[in-house]
Ligand binder design. Structure first.
Ligand SMILES: [Zn+2]
Length: 190
């Protein structure tokens, strides 16, 4: 799947909006990305999962692991496409760990999948949790890369599309300086 096709799916499902937005951080941006809005559609999730999986066919991936909550839907679809098992990590007192009785075989060939990589932090924490459990993490993947390719997670990494969306303080926002009202995404009544 080409990056343009991925972006198109995000736009048609409302997962990528263009305009003038207040993000949850309080910063302003000309684009708003919410992967859950594309992943709410199982057919699109399956399509994106298959596209990620294509990068890893023939690599003998036995296990796909994702950080909860954002990574679960797409990780599950990648695992389905690869015929692999799927588990997720979650935070317990700030630490990313495997819970719920999820176990890993020694040397189990593992791919870590996220919906969007921004700094790579949660992917790195998930890789560490899997390695502590004995897995061999071969690579990482995400649908969207917001790091402009810069996030280093310590293993080879692929993304279906790269998105550079700068966010700025309201005082430095061009749209604000033109007097345009910023929208808080998700607050709009249907
Ligand atoms: Zn603004």
């Amino acid at each position: 799947m080409k990056a343009e096709q991925v972006i198109e799916i995000f736009k048609t499902t409302g997962a990528l909006l263009e305009g003038h937005f207040v993000l949850s951080s309080g910063l302003h941006s000309t684009a708003y990305l919410q992967c859950a809005l594309v992943l709410q559609f199982p057919q699109q999730a399956e399509q994106l999962g298959r596209a990620i999986a294509e990068n890893f066919s023939g690599r003998g991936i036995q296990l796909v692991a994702s950080p909860a909550i954002g990574g679960i839907v797409i990780g599950h679809e990648v695992a389905r496409a690869l015929g692999a098992r799927f588990v997720w990590t979650e935070r317990d007192g700030g630490e990313m760990i495997l819970r719920r009785g999820f176990a890993v075989s020694p040397g189990e060939r593992t791919l870590v999948v996220e919906d969007v990589i921004t700094t790579g932090g949660s992917t790195r924490e998930t890789i560490a949790a899997l390695e502590r459990a004995g897995a061999k993490v071969l690579a990482a993947a995400s649908i969207i890369d917001r790091s402009s390719g810069g996030a280093d997670v310590g293993v080879p990494r692929v993304a279906l599309a790269t998105l550079a969306v700068p966010s700025v303080e309201p005082s430095a926002c061009e749209a604000c300086s033109r007097g345009e009202q910023a929208i808080k995404p998700g607050s709009r009544k249907q």
